[in-house]
Design a binder for this molecule. Structure first.
Ligand SMILES: [Zn+2]
Ligand SMILES: [Zn+2]
Length: 254
């Protein structure tokens, strides 16, 4: 399994527009964060999680040439507003399978109503092959990539975390149920939300993230959805040995 962090920033990205804080002015490339998204590659399959608002830039930067599928965690702007930019892949390869739960499909149909209206005139439309996923119901893409959607809670919104064999990606959450914790047992790699050092009402703060990592016990954990309170070089010493901050371009392989 190969996981590439395409973006590790909170909804505003880092640097944040108009901000002169130490992190936003940092020259460390690990403090430059596009909006969160990952690429999973396994057994010849390439899967994108979320078409972030920075998808075009991320795809160019990572050299994405083909995607077997897109998985959606939830329909918040930072996670889905790059959906229109899958069109160049449609032009070359045709319609793209997109997996989302019922709640996320409702949001996608509101944001991207023109895609779903047969009356739309002019302009190339993204071509989707929609799949509706259900929590705790695994599905396969290819022969040996099993994907399990797991529910986490983001304020009041149920969001889908995805398990890929022994890797899992859980962002945009402030609560994980015991049932989902059971679904996250025996992981090699867990990518987990951590928006900032202090607690937050719809995301995990650092202590809450570390407490969940203690309970879930993955071999390695990576924190993502980081805002400008977190400066990579300064704050990495706050983390235990098996945990690190993600950064754009980081590749994790088993
Ligand atoms: Zn987000
Ligand atoms: Zn969100």
């Amino acid at each position: 399994m190969k996981l590439t962090f395409l973006g590790t920033g909170t909804s505003t990205g880092v640097p944040s527009v108009g901000c002169d804080c130490e992190t936003c002015l940092s020259n460390d490339p690990k403090d430059k964060r596009l909006r969160v998204s990952i690429l999973i590659e396994h057994s010849g399959k390439t899967i994108l999680v979320d078409t972030s608002i920075d998808f075009r830039q991320q795809a160019l930067r990572a050299g994405i040439k083909y995607l077997d599928a897109v998985l959606i965690t939830h329909a918040h702007v930072d996670h889905v507003f790059g959906l229109d930019d899958i069109r160049p892949l449609n032009f070359r390869y045709g319609a793209m399978p997109i997996y989302a739960d019922e709640i996320a499909w409702t949001g996608l149909k509101q944001f991207f109503h023109y895609i779903f209206k047969p009356t739309h005139i002019g302009g190339g439309l993204p071509q989707l092959i929609p799949h509706t996923i259900v929590k705790n119901a695994p599905f396969c893409i290819g022969k040996d990539l099993e994907i399990t959607p797991l529910e986490v809670i983001h304020g009041k919104l149920p969001v889908i975390a995805y398990r890929f064999n022994d890797f899992a990606y859980a962002t945009d959450l402030n609560y994980i149920s015991d049932e989902t914790i059971d679904g996250l047992r025996d992981l090699d790699v867990l990518v987990l939300d951590c928006v900032r050092i202090k607690p937050h009402s719809t995301h995990l703060g650092l202590n809450e993230a570390l407490e969940y990592i203690e309970r879930i016990k993955p071999k390695r954990a990576f924190l993502t959805h980081l805002n400008h309170d977190i400066m990579y070089g300064r704050d990495k010493q706050l983390l235990p040995d098996n945990v690190q901050f993600g950064y754009d371009g980081l590749v994790v392989e088993d």
